[in-house]
Every structure is written in structure tokens, then in C-alpha cells.
Design a protein around this ligand. Structure first.
Ligand code: FAD
Length: 486
């Protein structure tokens, strides 16, 4: 292939750690011989430094990307505002290519970086490598941003042009011989120094190939019945693509089109499942959309009236919740799944979040921070939007008075206790009937199961009925206060 440039071209990988369907890489590869780089840049972010599980994932994702490029990836750590001009200067590159990121601090930083590089005579090419629609493309008729998901989805997204088709395979990449000295992967210090992350390693195959295989498996076996099965945490009825999507090891465009094309061979019922799955993918878009239009989403209640809500920030119950020892088996199973695997099923995320912010009256930000540290798919947009949705303080949120009951949720979505027992084995000998609420089991049954409540498994840390009333009264009072102040 005739290359347009004789100078090397910098391909700056960010949240797009893949070779296939990577628009910036695709364009960069047409332009000239590549120097692929990655800059660990969260050092600049005071508030959104990556959590431990994300750092673990990133370590392996970078390792895998580097291998797929024959060891050519150059790693750096620091401020791209300083580093990138130096890299350009030292390598003799005249152009740099990247896919956009949408965290507010990255948007501001990238705008400045682009001005600086433009000013210094470099060519900067930035494009969309991770969203189906750019957040500024979807607007209401009057030009304002949507706040509610359904009209955003139905009028905004479905009325817009279809997500772009995946790019053709990248084929050969020609690398520039480079004198740049990057860091060693281990020197980035991404792996936590506690042993905990080793259990995560056994659970995940962290590579672009694994992402594509996971999607193929899901398209083959998971789409059928997705609508129903996605609610049952013991069922493998969801795609588990979220960490791959977050780190860009697979593109949302690719997922969209591969799933869409599966519809062509399937019946009407499967079509409904496919539409439902694509709709979930659009929830991810909506989260990014909210983050773009309301950059305070990760830090402040979008509904300001919640600023007066008496949420607690320091409480012993927060610790019990984090450890998975609340005495509510579904909540505990969820929190332990998170700790052991870096993932938690969506329904259980909603249940544990509701339990924290409503039954325990702990501020949603405390829950969001814990998720941020523990989730391998921790994502500023989806995590913040998810927590504000559950707390009732978000743009399009579940009403505060809708409080998930962890016992009825458990009976409904884990009736056999399969999910609970995977993470709360101390309840193994308890008859199924009591698995969802062990404190209701008569003493002889607990004795026969070898369980002493408070010793082998916790007593409930809070009473569901009274904590629900406490939350509802706090909500009523807050509502009355904000009505008075208007
Ligand atoms: C309190 C709370 C916190 C959350 N934090 C995160 C987070 O940090 N990162 C994250 O990726 N998701 C987050 N979610 C959304 C959702 O739980 C996960 O995206 C989903 O569980 C991932 O599993 P999956 O890939 O198997 O999903 P699937 O059901 O297979 O869905 C496919 C994809 O659609 C997207 N998606 C599905 N549901 C949602 C949703 N409700 N919001 C946004 N995107 C969605 C994800 O990218 C997901 O990978 C959170 C939800 C809640 C309630």
C-alpha cells in the first residue's frame, strides 16, 4: 500500500484497546508507518483515578494488545499535555490519531491538547471509536438534550441514522522503527499489591479475541430468551461484554451489527429479544449522553432537591454492605460476586444499590465509589447514571419511593437459591424455603443446617420494614422542604 506520509504516524490508544473496527487506527494505518502508544493518564484526574479492578483489567488488556502488535506498543505514564508533544518531537511524527473519550476531564484536556498540537503545526485526527451516536448528534426538536431514556431512544436514536457499519479488517499494519523508550508494563504499577485480584484472573480472558468469541457465543446461545433470562442472575443469560466494551476491546458498532445481522436468520420471537438487547446497548449510550450533557453526573444529584436529603456518608453498615455481610443473602451474594469476580449481574446491582441508598440511607456516592474500585467494567458514565437512577436523584430515575425488597427479589429471580449458594456457601444446608430470609427459619432447622445466626451468617443489619418507612419519611420531608422553598 502506498503510504501518504513518510514521517511516522502516532496512533494513541486510549479506551479502544483493539485492532478490529478501530476508526482511528484504520485511518492512521492508511497515513503512514505507525508508532502505537498508550499513556496512563489518570494521574491527572483528581476525582476519577481508575479503581483497582480496572487497573488489573487494563494491565492485561495492554499486554494482549501489545502481543497482537508484535510487542510494538510503547507505554508511558503522565500528562499527555506534556508527553505527547515530546513524543511527537522525539519520533519525528507529524500526525497523531486517536478515538475520543467522554469523561469531562478528558474532554477538556483533549481540547487543550488539540489546540497546542495544532498550534505547533501537527496534524491531529480524532474520531468516534466507542459510541453508536455522538452525544451532540441526538437532540430534541427544540435543540435541547433529552433527559428521559424512552424518548431519547425512540425519537432520538431510532430516528437518527443507523450506527455506522463495522470497518473492513485492518490487515497488515506497518510499524515505524522507533527510538522511543517506553515504560515496561510492570513499571506502570497497574497490578494491585494485594492478592485479591488473582481470583479475577481465573474468571476472565482479557483480550480482543476473547471479546469477539464472547460475542459470538452470546449471539449463538444467549440471544434466544434474553428478554426473560437477563433477569436471573444464576442464568448465563447476559452477554458479560461490559468490561470489553468499556476498554474498547470490542466496539459497540461491531456488537450492534453482529447482533442485528443475527436477526436476519431468526424468527419473530428472537427479533424481540434482539431488539431488547440492542435497547440495553442504548442504555450505555444514554449514560454517555447524560455524562456529556450533564458533566456533574458523577459528583452531584442531577435533581438538586436531593441535595438536602439526609444521606449518611460514614456508617458501619457501609462496611457490612461492602463485605457482603448484611444478613440479606441476595445482597451478600451480589457484593461477594463483585469482590470475587469484578462483575455483578445487573438485577443484583439494582438490588444492592437500592438496599444501600434506601434501607441503609447511605449516600449513593459511597456505593458508586465502591463499585468504581471493584468493577472490572467500572465506567464513569454507566456507573454514575446507574447509581443516580437507583437513588432517584438522576435525570431519568426510578422514583425514590420504589424500593427493591431484597427478599422478594431473591424469591422471584433466584427461587432455587442457585446464585445465592454460589457466593454464600455457609447457607448450603438450609432448606430452600429459608434461603432468602434465613432469620425466619425456626431454630431446629437452623440447628440441623449447622447455622448459628450471628456467628456463621449475620443477622440482618437492618429491619426491612422499618428502614423502608424511615426512607419514605425522609423522602416526604425532603419533598415538603423543597415545596416550601419554591
Ligand atoms: C448501580 C449500577 C451501577 C452500574 N455500573 C456500571 C458500570 O460501572 N459499568 C457498566 O458497564 N455498567 C454499569 N451498570 C449497568 C449494567 O449493570 C451493566 O452494564 C451490565 O450488568 C453489564 O453486564 P452485561 O454486559 O452482561 O450486560 P448485557 O445485559 O449483556 O447488556 C449488554 C451491554 O449493554 C450495556 N448495558 C446493559 N444494561 C445497561 C445499563 N443499565 N446501563 C448502561 N449500560 C447498560 C452494557 O454495555 C452491556 O455490556 C450499572 C448498573 C447499576 C444499576
Amino acid at each position: 500500500m502506498q503510504r501518504a506520509s513518510h514521517s511516522p504516524v502516532i496512533m494513541w490508544f486510549r479506551q479502544d484497546l483493539r485492532l478490529e473496527d478501530n476508526p482511528a487506527l484504520f485511518e492512521a494505518n492508511k497515513r503512514g508507518d505507525l508508532i502505537p502508544i498508550y499513556i496512563l493518564d489518570d494521574i491527572n484526574s483528581k476525582r476519577d483515578k481508575m479503581g483497582a479492578a480496572s487497573r488489573f483489567w487494563l494491565h492485561h488488556a495492554l499486554d494482549s494488545l501489545n502481543r497482537s502488535m508484535g510487542g510494538k506498543l510503547k507505554l508511558f505514564s503522565g500528562d499527555p499535555l506534556e508527553l505527547l508533544p515530546q513524543i511527537m518531537g522525539m519520533s519525528g511524527a507529524k500526525s497523531v490519531f486517536w478515538n475520543r473519550c467522554y469523561e469531562p476531564w478528558r474532554i477538556a484536556r483533549d481540547a487543550k491538547l488539540k489546540r497546542n498540537l495544532d498550534g505547533a503545526g501537527y496534524e491531529v485526527f480524532s474520531t468516534n471509536g466507542s459510541l453508536l451516536w455522538e452525544p451532540w448528534e441526538i437532540k430534541k426538536k427544540d435543540g435541547s438534550a433529552y433527559k428521559v431514556f424512552t424518548p431519547y431512544y425512540k425519537k432520538g436514536c431510532l430516528g437518527a441514522k443507523s450506527p455506522r457499519a463495522p470497518l473492513p479488517p485492518i490487515g497488515n499494519i506497518s510499524f515505524s522503527p522507533s527510538c522511543l523508550e517506553g515504560s515496561k508494563l510492570d513499571d506502570l504499577g497497574l497490578l494491585p499489591n494485594v492478592e485479591w485480584y488473582k481470583s479475577l484472573k481465573d474468571r476472565w480472558d482479557i483480550s480482543e479475541t476473547a471479546a469477539l468469541e464472547q460475542l459470538a457465543r452470546f449471539t449463538q446461545n444467549g440471544l434466544e430468551g434474553y428478554m426473560e433470562r437477563r433477569n436471573f442472575p444464576a442464568d448465563l443469560g447476559v452477554s458479560r461484554l461490559s468490561p470489553y466494551l468499556h476498554f474498547g476491546q470490542i466496539s459497540s458498532q461491531n456488537v450492534w451489527h453482529i447482533v442485528e445481522s443475527a436477526a436476519e436468520q431468526k424468527n419473530e420471537k428472537t427479533r424481540l429479544n434482539i431488539d431488547h438487547f440492542l435497547r440495553e446497548l442504548v442504555w450505555r449510550e444514554f449514560s454517555y449522553y447524560l455524562l456529556y450533557h450533564y458533566p456533574a453526573l458523577p459528583y452531584s444529584n442531577l435533581q438538586e432537591r436531593f441535595n438536602e436529603f439526609p444521606w449518611i456518608r460514614v456508617s458501619p453498615e457501609l462496611k457490612a454492605w461492602q463485605r457482603g455481610s448484611t444478613g440479606y443473602p441476595l445482597v451478600d451474594a451480589g457484593m461477594r460476586e463483585l469482590w470475587q469476580t469484578g462483575y455483578m449481574h445487573n438485577r443484583v446491582r439494582m438490588v444492592v444499590a437500592s438496599f444501600l441508598v434506601k434501607n441503609l440511607l447511605v449516600h449513593w456516592k459511597c456505593g458508586a465509589d465502591w463499585f468504581w474500585d471493584c468493577l472490572v467494567d467500572a465506567d464513569l458514565a454507566s456507573n454514575s447514571a446507574g447509581w443516580q437512577w437507583v437513588a432517584g436523584s438522576g435525570a431519568d430515575a426510578a422514583p425514590f419511593f420504589r424500593i427493591f425488597n431484597p427478599v422478594t427479589q431473591s424469591e422471584k429471580f433466584d427461587s432455587e437459591g442457585k446464585y445465592i449458594l454460589s457466593y454464600v456457601p455457609e447457607l448450603t444446608n438450609l432448606p430452600k424455603k429459608y434461603l432468602h430470609a434465613p432469620w425466619l427459619a425456626p431454630k431446629p432447622i437452623l440447628d440441623a443446617a449447622g447455622i448459628v445466626l450471628g456467628l456463621d451468617y449475620p443477622n440482618p443489619i437492618v429491619d426491612l420494614k422499618s428502614s423502608r418507612s424511615r426512607a419514605l419519611s425522609a423522602f416526604q420531608e425532603q419533598r415538603a422542604r423543597s415545596a416550601r422553598s419554591q
